[in-house]
Write a protein that binds this ligand. Structure first.
Ligand code: SF4
Length: 198
C-alpha cells in the first residue's frame, strides 16, 4: 500500500510548469484555487488515456525492442525525492529484464522539461524496483514517434535539483522570484498576480 500523498508532495507532471517559471508552480500548488483547469490540460490527460488502447495493439518496434512486457498507468513514488506520479507505461524487456519508462506527450518536441520528467520517473522506478534505469522514451502522439531519452548524470542532476527546489517552495509556501525571461510573462495566465513584472 502506498503512503499518503503528503509524504510525496511534488508531482512529476508539475515539472513542466516549474521549468517554464517557478512562480507558476508556486501559484499552482500554494494557491490552487486561482488556477482553472484549462481545456489544454484536460485534453492532455484524455489523450494519454486514449493512447493506452492504441499502444496495446502496437508492437514494441517503435521503441526498437523485439519483445517485452508492458504495464500501463503505473503509480510511482520516491521517498528520497519526495515525488509522486503515474507513468503512462513501463516496458520490461524480455531476456535482459531492462526496465524502461515511457511517457506519452501531445507535443511534437521532446523539450528538456519532458526529458526531466522521464528522468524523475526513471529514478522512482529505480527506488521502487531496485533496478538501474539507463534510458526512457517520450512517445510523441501527434507524430506517432518514440524519442529515446538517455538517463545520463547531467539529466539526473538537473531533474533532481528541480525537484528539490519544487519541494522547498511547497514546504515553505515561499513565492520564488519572477522568471528572468519576462517575454514568458506576456502569455502567462498568472500575469495579473505578478504586479512586480508586468
Ligand atoms: S507572469 Fe511571469 S513571473 Fe509571473 S508567473 Fe507568469 S511567467 Fe512567472
Amino acid at each position: 500500500m502506498l503512503d499518503d500523498d503528503m509524504d510525496y508532495p511534488v508531482r512529476a507532471t508539475d515539472l513542466k510548469q516549474f521549468v517554464y517559471c517557478p512562480r507558476v508552480y508556486f501559484y499552482q500548488v500554494c494557491l490552487p484555487k486561482v488556477r482553472p483547469v484549462t481545456f489544454k490540460m484536460e485534453e492532455g490527460a484524455r489523450a494519454g488515456k486514449s493512447e493506452v488502447g492504441k499502444e496495446e495493439r502496437r508492437s514494441l518496434r517503435a521503441y526498437g525492442i523485439a519483445a517485452g512486457e508492458r504495464e500501463f498507468d503505473v503509480p510511482l513514488r520516491s521517498r528520497r525525492l519526495g515525488v509522486r506520479g503515474e507513468l503512462d507505461m513501463v516496458i520490461t524487456v524480455a531476456g535482459t529484464g531492462e526496465v524502461i519508462p515511457v511517457d506519452y506527450k501531445l507535443s511534437k518536441i521532446a523539450g528538456i522539461h519532458f526529458q526531466m520528467q522521464v528522468a524523475v520517473y526513471g529514478m522512482m522506478l529505480e527506488e521502487m524496483r531496485g533496478v538501474r534505469v539507463t534510458r526512457g522514451f517520450l512517445y510523441e502522439i501527434p507524430l506517432k514517434r518514440a524519442e529515446e531519452v538517455q538517463m545520463d548524470m547531467a539529466l539526473r542532476i538537473k531533474a533532481e535539483k528541480a525537484v528539490k527546489e519544487m519541494r522547498a517552495i511547497f514546504d515553505a509556501e515561499r513565492m520564488p522570484p519572477p522568471v528572468r525571461n519576462v517575454a514568458k510573462c506576456v502569455a502567462c495566465e498568472f500575469r495579473r498576480f505578478c504586479n512586480d513584472v508586468v
